[in-house]
Write a protein that binds this ligand. Structure first.
Ligand SMILES: Cc1ncc(COP(=O)(O)O)c(C=O)c1O
Length: 386
């Protein structure tokens, strides 16, 4: 299978400032503990939904400020199962955004419902005014995406959804540990959906995901949804998938939970350094806008840059690896043609797609590397390199 932007690749040796760095001294230190726990699991042979998965789920629930966490196969599956658990199906509409990874839109389509895509605001996240206009009697759920680790404006979004009793699903795949007004993402809406993909701030050694909720009945339903609809070993309540989190990944995930505070602290420090240096380039390059109520975790550091392609080329030639998250908004993807949402429908999303650029922000960056990136960007705009 050919992956694109979200692939897990080893850092390209030609980059002095790589976009991704998956190894660290802290992770190396955890390696032996993880192997020891895997050996214990092997000796007990509890490979599926054993105590390791339970231990991980408990610690993840605490992290998300939720009563329940259900380990599943991926962040995408977490959303599909959440939609199914909320009874979303054919004839329903689910409102979400096009400025994201495709998973939220595809999850809605795969449940047989219709994705309704609304525009984003200056924080790159769902514009509450656009949501308010789009919500109607057919809306069965709203999926907000806390893109880049920047929490959505949840107070207004909650208000709008509560008024018409529509549940909120939080796509918190990029935002583990983020908070809005002191509330942890994943625990604000009805269900929180997290990805444990290797590029995420909290990751395992393959695919994995978590669905979180404070509703015990929904948690019970999600546990059945991930396991063939089984209510016990022999009785099947409804047809569903096998989307269980592997015990091996749960062991890795448990260590990752322990490391998360350091990862977030370092990423926030890196973001603050970028902010302080790049703020003066306003007009050429816009830095991320964090609301005072937002505690962002900077899974990504996305700027909106004039002459984006030329800047990207300049950085690339100077050994700085960048990415674009995401160059083609969901409604303009070939897969979404049947939705019939024409170009021009989401002007902010479409304009951003031509300007956004993700700078390296990972926790293993040295201060000198960030300063070098900033120097290169300043040089590009001040001396007119194009
Ligand atoms: C915003 C967003 N939602 C959903 C997903 C899907 O997660 P997964 O890759 O674990 O299925 C991702 C991961 O790429 C993501 O970035």
């Amino acid at each position: 299978m050919q992956y694109k932007d979200n692939s897990v690749q080893n850092a390209q040796p030609r980059y002095r400032v790589p976009f991704v760095s998956l190894r660290s001294a802290q992770k190396d230190k955890q390696f032996d503990t993880i192997l020891k726990r895997i050996r214990e699991m092997y000796e007990n042979s509890q490979f599926i939904l054993g105590p390791q998965v339970e231990a991980f789920e408990q610690s993840f629930a605490q992290l998300a400020g939720c009563a329940h966490a259900v380990g599943v196969n991926s962040g995408t599956d977490a959303m599909i199962l959440a939609l199914r658990a909320l009874g979303v199906g054919a004839g329903d509409e689910v409102i979400t955004v096009a400025n994201s990874f495709i998973a939220s839109v595809s999850a809605v389509s795969l449940c047989g419902a219709t994705p309704v895509l609304v525009d984003v605001a200056a924080d790159y996240n769902m514009d509450p005014d656009a949501l308010e206009k789009a919500i109607n009697a057919k809306t069965k759920a709203v999926i907000v995406v806390h893109l880049t680790g920047m929490p959505c404006r949840m107070d207004r979004i909650e208000e709008i959804c509560a008024a018409v009793k529509v549940p909120i699903i939080e796509d918190a795949a990029q935002a583990v540990g983020a908070t809005w007004d002191g509330k942890r993402v994943g625990g604000i809406g009805k269900v929180g959906c997290f990805s444990l993909h290797p590029l995420k701030n909290l990751h395992v050694w393959g695919d994995g995901g978590v669905a979180t909720t404070n509703d015990p009945d929904l948690a019970e339903r999600l546990r059945k949804e991930r396991n063939h609809g089984l209510k016990n070993r022999d009785e099947v309540e409804f047809f569903s998938f096998n989307s269980r989190l592997d015990s091996v990944q749960a062991i890795v995930g448990l260590s990752a939970v322990e490391m998360l505070p350091d990862v977030i602290a370092q990423r926030r420090k890196n973001a603050a350094l970028y902010d302080s240096r790049l703020r003066s380039l306003k007009g050429y390059l816009e830095i991320p806008v964090a609301d005072p109520k937002a505690f962002a975790t900077y899974h990504l550091y996305v700027v909106a840059a004039e002459r984006r392609e030329a800047l990207r080329d300049h950085l690339d030639k100077s050994g700085v690896e960048t990415k674009i998250h995401y160059p083609i908004p969901a409604h303009l993807q070939e897969a979404a043609r049947a939705l019939g949402i024409p170009r021009g429908s989401l002007p902010v999303t479409e304009a951003l797609a031509n300007k956004i650029l993700s700078l390296p922000i990972h926790e293993n960056l040295q201060e000198s590397q960030i300063l070098e990136v900033c120097d290169l960007i300043e040089h590009f705009y001040q001396r007119g390199i194009a």
